[in-house]
Design a protein around this ligand. Structure first.
Ligand code: PAF
Length: 284
């Protein structure tokens, strides 16, 4: 059985014991309800480091919607079983209680991410990135990993974590890993388990739209692509488009026109009933 640690003292003790043997620590932060996308991060970490800490913690301070927080899937026993299929002795699971992390003061710290926090998800989920910064920084302080792995599905989160590490001089290498997709193209997400059958059937439309934008990026103007995406979503009533933007990958600011020297990505958020899905794709 994998070791599951539920408090700070126990996990730091276990990590210290490994470190006595000069082992390198990899870290994969998750909110549980693990899927193949998470497992791909853990596999990569197992290749790069001698042991891997996987945190499983639904972090309340990054939710701006109580309903979403309450309905977030929690499947610790299944998660541990899945992790065990990857390694029986090189994974430590840290599944703390809210009290262990917040000591009764469940509020986020305030961060300045040089404006990255005000775009896209930051615009639609108030305080979200303060919550993410708070929990990731606390985990880095507890676990002190050499390398930490984040999926590109949350591309803005990855950019923000890199910014935080740089600004706070935290000695960890942050590694971004490609989006893991279902055969239909739907980006894997713990929230996918909450999709009802009609939403599930329609959800691959999100990726199909992004892929079409990517395929036409060389020949179409930004404005044409924005209009085209809105018109595609207007033709159906299962998915509600929250935002679609084409952004500069460095600043995450929406692009008005393409510039030769810059790299762009398309970002999208949709509601499928009450389930919020996000996705993104590299355009050039
Ligand atoms: O991407 C997530 O699952 C969460 O935002 C993270 C990084 C585990 C922090 O709670």
């Amino acid at each position: 059985m994998l070791n599951v640690f539920t408090n700070k003292a126990a996990i730091t003790g276990a990590i210290a014991a490994y470190k006595l043997q000069k082992e390198t620590v990899g870290f994969v932060p998750t909110m549980g309800a693990l899927h193949q996308g998470h497992l791909a991060l853990v596999k990569k970490a197992l290749l790069d480091t001698s042991f891997v800490v996987v945190s499983i913690f639904v972090n309340p301070t990054q939710f701006d919607n109580n309903d979403d927080l309450e309905k977030y899937p929690r499947t610790l026993d299944d998660d541990v079983k899945l992790l065990q299929t990857l390694s029986k002795n090189r994974i430590l699971v840290y599944a703390p209680s809210v009290f262990d992390i917040y000591q009764g003061k469940t509020v986020a710290d305030s961060f300045n991410f040089d404006g990255l926090e005000f775009e896209m998800e930051g615009r639609f989920r108030t305080g979200h990135f303060d919550g993410v910064g708070t929990i990731v920084k606390r985990f880095f302080e507890i676990i002190k990993p050499q390398k930490a792995y984040f999926g590109e599905k949350d591309f803005q989160q990855l950019a923000i974590v890199k910014k935080m590490v740089q600004k706070h001089a935290i000695p960890v290498q942050v590694i971004g890993c490609p989006i893991y997709r279902e055969p239909s193209g739907l980006a894997m997400s713990s929230r996918n388990t909450r999709l009802n059958p009609s939403c599930k059937a329609m959800a691959p439309f999100v990726y199909k739209t992004l892929a079409t934008v990517r395929d036409n990026f060389g020949t179409k103007r930004v404005e044409e692509m924005l209009e085209w995406v809105s018109s595609q979503f207007a033709k159906q009533d299962v998915l509600k488009l929250e935002y679609f933007i084409i952004a500069d990958v460095e600043t995450l600011k929406p692009a008005q026109e393409k510039q030769e020297t810059k790299k762009y990505r398309a970002f999208i958020a949709v509601y499928a009933d009450d389930v919020r899905l996000i996705d993104n794709i590299a355009l050039n």
